[in-house]
Design a protein around this ligand. Structure first.
Ligand code: MN
Length: 168
């Protein structure tokens, strides 16, 4: 249930202090993704994909890369509400994640190979279970196929998939 999924998110935050969203409103048609540059105690980029009513999230210290040779550590963090996808602002000192949040990229996505939202949702659910989530992103900066590969504990790798050489 969405309420249960967002329990950690809500527990960690004092909504009388932080401007971060409390509600879970959908912000885009279809499945959305967002990457937020989060200048907290350690600068990182939060990579979030809409799935099953929430934003499934990873913190990527170095940020995503369009270079297939870069394997970027992506630490699985708590699910965020859909409305977090449009959030930009400053989380005050003393609060969880204190620092500024800016949208670095956003757009829509589907599980790689899926041709509908429903199929995509099924594939992402299966991918999260088996530790290999494949997504095709349509953002402004990030475009094309990416793999999230589970390593151990909360650690995954985010890797841009090599594009096949075009046949002439
Ligand atoms: Mn963060």
């Amino acid at each position: 249930m969405t309420v249960e999924k967002l329990r950690k998110y809500k527990e960690k935050r004092d909504f009388s202090e932080t401007p971060e969203p409390k509600s879970n409103k959908r912000i885009a048609k279809g499945l959305s993704f967002v990457v937020q540059r989060h200048d907290a105690s350690h600068l990182h980029y939060d990579f979030r994909i809409e799935h099953d009513g929430v934003l499934v999230s990873w913190a990527v210290p170095k940020g995503p890369s369009m270079d297939p040779n870069d394997k970027r550590l992506a630490v699985h963090v708590e699910d965020h509400p859909l409305s977090y996808g449009s959030f930009e602002g400053t989380i005050p000192k003393g609060n969880y994640g204190a620092g500024t949040v800016r949208i670095w990229d956003s757009g829509t996505y589907l599980a790689t190979g899926a041709d509908s939202k429903a199929e995509s949702e099924k594939m992402i659910t299966a991918g999260l279970k088996k530790g290999h989530v494949a997504v095709t992103l349509s953002g402004k900066k990030l475009k094309g196929e990416f793999d999230l590969i589970h390593m151990q504990d909360k650690n995954w790798l985010l890797i841009k998939k090599k594009t096949r050489a075009r046949e002439s």
